[in-house]
Design a protein around this ligand. Sequence first.
Ligand code: IDP
Ligand code: MG
Length: 152
Amino acid sequence: MAKMEHTFIAIKPDGIQRGLVGDTIKHFEQKGFRLVAMKFLRASEELLKQHYIDLKDRLFYPGLVKYMNSGPVVAMVWEGPTVVKTVRTMLGESNPADSQPGTTRRDFCIQVGRNIIHGSDSVKSAGREIGLWFESEELVDYKSCAFDWIYE
Ligand code: IDP
Ligand code: MG
């Protein structure tokens, strides 16, 4: 059995306002990944600044924090083998214009500054981001009834 990983995914305020929560989550459910944790919240500026700390010197950083704080987000943890890399592929490039058809960002949005969804870029960032957004007891341990039909 392949080693399981966790990744952090967030539907950004534009994804919520545009009614794209169901369509984006459906993609991960249909793929066969397991939903481990989920919450709906308006993230504080403090949390968002920490979340995007690696980008603190970029000109767009203040605008990015403001955009992410402009409304609620859906924060989630998903599990699967190589889920971090696979989700990044499913989301497409940071800029929707550079993304392949069939990816979330290509199919549902237009500009990099309104790209509707976040996914961790490495196993290390996933661990850091999950720790920022969730308490360990919020990660739910259960066996999906589809498990034996997804994995051999
Ligand atoms: P990623 O979300 O694909 O990992 P990053 O380069 O880590 O992309 O940037 C984080 C987020 O910052 C992007 O998803 C996007 O919302 C925003 N962003 C990145 N580059 C720009 C830009 O040039 N202008 C405005 N927003 C940007
Ligand atoms: Mg990134």
